[in-house]
Design a protein around this ligand. Structure first.
Ligand code: SF4
Length: 203
């Protein structure tokens, strides 16, 4: 395992273990907390599928480029992992554990499989990545799409940017209070994000 695989495996395993031991009411509390975020991700997926599916599939996925999945160590937040575990079944999670334990020699993201990304709910940094070529092709024909896109990008901050109480911070707090720590808890670890919380008076 590479250090990245180990870090990802550790966090996925901690989250999966914790959630599998929860009572159904504890689990439904977490599910309720992420409802708005899931609705946002659903709307984002619809937007991407309506306006970018064709160009991304034709220009990139079918040609085996998958340029947006070319990094072998994509940044994932702890909240991304929690949301994904809540949305996954055992088969999905086993696929992820397998990908994290097998030797990774490809220059592409280790989560990229022949049928696409192994995450049920992709990390938000991936969901919000569009290459310049795709954006130019779509937005030059319809500037209104760019307005929609900018608003979707802005809305992500409502869930992740801690200048107010946000769900990604809440999710980390739930696990911290249960004695769980992960280097992916950026809203509790990152000096920059801690400064944002301090300035907002929520630290
Ligand atoms: S996590 Fe999924 S969407 Fe993100 S880079 Fe990897 S394969 Fe692509």
């Amino acid at each position: 395992m590479t250090p990245y695989q180990r870090e990802q495996w550790d966090t996925l395993s901690l989250v999966e273990n914790y959630i599998s031991r929860q009572t159904s009411s504890e689990r439904s509390e977490l599910s309720t907390a992420i409802e708005k975020y899931l609705d946002y991700r659903h709307r984002l997926d619809i937007f991407l599928s309506l306006h970018f599916n064709e160009i991304c599939t034709r220009e990139c996925f079918q040609n085996n480029l998958s340029a947006c999945c070319s990094k072998d160590g994509i940044i994932t937040f702890f909240g991304d992992v929690v949301v994904n575990v809540l949305a996954s079944d055992e088969t999905h999670l086993n696929t992820m554990f397998n990908l994290l334990t097998r030797p990774h020699t490809s220059p592409k993201c280790l989560y990229l499989t022949t049928s696409g990304c192994a995450w049920r709910i992709r990390p938000s940094v991936c969901a919000l990545f569009l290459c310049d070529r795709a954006k130019d092709a779509v937005f030059s024909l319809n500037p209104d799409r760019k307005v929609e896109w900018d608003e979707l990008k802005r809305e992500e901050k409502d869930y992740k940017w801690p200048d107010k109480p946000v769900v990604f911070d809440y999710l980390e707090t739930v696990f911290i209070e249960a004695g769980i720590r992960s280097p992916l808890m950026y809203l509790h670890n990152s000096p920059g994000l801690l400064r944002v919380k301090k300035r907002a008076g929520i630290l």
